[in-house]
Design a protein around this ligand. Structure first.
Ligand SMILES: CC(C)(COP(=O)(O)OP(=O)(O)OC[C@H]1O[C@@H](n2cnc3c(N)ncnc32)[C@H](O)[C@@H]1OP(=O)(O)O)[C@@H](O)C(=O)NCCC(=O)NCCS
Length: 346
């Protein structure tokens, strides 16, 4: 699809003057999910829940769980190698690695540095970014800045999580929702594409308590009491989070559409954060999107936080759903609170 020039000018005014038409495109995507499948029936053996309750409230049927000796850096590196292979890019070509995660291997060094070592991206700078489930879109926007400014030619953005390590497996309110996995995208300038047209990022720290892990940082360093009180696990007010997710995702999606002067009918695929089918339905109803436009794979993986949209994007690409020139809307929401949306010409 050829976009009217006015859209390109509006979205990316710098391109014409400062960057001489340079754009930032996704060259390739990749993903990795661990082999082990944990079904709703399996969880019903541990806590008082049922497949019927989980499916009707969330749409999730199963999720993947990483092995004990498989850490976030391993999941991230596997996704990165998949994206590098699909894009025919060598690890040595990568200038920057950004890993979005709330479950780093350890507080430091950054998981991105561990990935740099595993994949052999010798010349790459590397850092982690923490925007919870919104991390992948935050990563795309940050990566884009480095491409547009010509600081980097190749940026590797990864969303990766081993959420099973911060789930309270005794808490039925949360343990049914999440899973492990990783997705990755390679960003480069591609002269024949508009690429990443526009991105919105937002946050509201006033509502940080709705979804958090209370201990393990400088506020509540690990000690016997924090462990006894189960403060090293994710905590969530589900109903409030749900309401804010729908509002924030709808507003972010509307904003990127308005910026590009696009109607929802011009969007080929909507790839939302895979948290809950009811959240996705509420957002797409408000956007007046059709069911065919919305990509959903949360039934297989649950909510994989920063990895979710990246895994979905890779699956949509692998299924042959995404064609050159298609306009794709990504929209996310997460702890922080954080949210974001992006429109990409594939
Ligand atoms: C968590 C969520 C699925 C709960 O669904 P819900 O429709 O809001 O649930 P309700 O509030 O109607 O029902 C809660 C009841 O179900 C019970 N319940 C909670 N989890 C349950 C489970 N796994 N199995 C059975 N019952 C459960 C609760 O104890 C509560 O019981 P009570 O009414 O006797 O106190 C939903 O709120 C949600 O998805 N929120 C957003 C979460 C999310 O996506 N977070 C990540 C954002 S990035």
């Amino acid at each position: 699809m050829t976009l009217p020039q006015r859209i390109v000018d509006f979205v990316n005014p710098r391109a014409k003057h400062q960057f001489k038409g340079r754009t930032c495109s996704i060259r390739s995507v990749g993903s990795y999910v661990p082999e082990k499948i944990l079904t709703n029936h399996d969880i019903a053996q541990r806590v008082n829940t049922s497949d019927e309750w989980i499916t009707s409230r969330t749409g999730i049927k199963e999720r993947r769980i990483a092995a004990a000796d498989q850490y976030t850096s391993h999941l991230a590196a596997n996704a990165a190698l998949d994206a590098l292979k699909k894009g025919d890019v060598k690890p040595e070509e990568v200038d920057l690695i950004i890993v979005a995660t709330i479950t780093p291997d350890m507080p430091f060094p950054a998981t991105a540095c561990l990935v740099q070592k595993i994949i052999g991206a010798e010349k790459a700078a590397a850092f982690d970014l923490e925007a919870a489930c919104s991390g992948f879109i935050y990563g795309l926007e940050i990566g884009q800045q480095f491409i547009m400014s010509q600081t980097c030619n190749t940026v590797l953005v990864i969303g990766a999580e081993k959420l099973s390590t911060i789930i309270d497996w005794e808490d039925r309110n949360t343990c049914v929702l999440f899973g492990d996995g990783a997705g990755a995208a390679i960003l480069q300038n591609r002269p024949d594409s508009h690429g990443l047209l526009t991105t919105v990022m937002g946050s509201d720290g006033n509502k940080g308590d709705l979804l958090c892990m209370p201990a393990g940082g400088s506020k509540n360093p690990a000690n016997g009491d924090t462990i006894k009180d189960r403060l090293h696990y994710l905590r969530m007010d589900g109903r409030e989070t749900f309401k804010h997710a729908v509002n924030a995702m709808y507003k972010a999606a509307r904003e990127v559409l308005n910026r590009c002067q696009l109607k929802i009918s011009q969007i080929k695929h909507i790839i939302p954060h895979q948290a809950n089918k009811r959240i996705i339905s509420a957002v797409s109803d408000r956007l007046q999107a059709t069911k065919d436009q919305v990509f959903i794979n949360l039934d297989k993986y649950g909510n994989t936080s920063a990895a979710s949209v990246a895994i979905a994007l890779d699956e949509a690409a692998a299924n042959g759903c995404l064609k050159r020139g298609d306009l794709i809307l990504l929209v996310v929401f997460g702890a922080g609170l954080t949210w974001g949306a992006a429109i990409i010409e594939w």
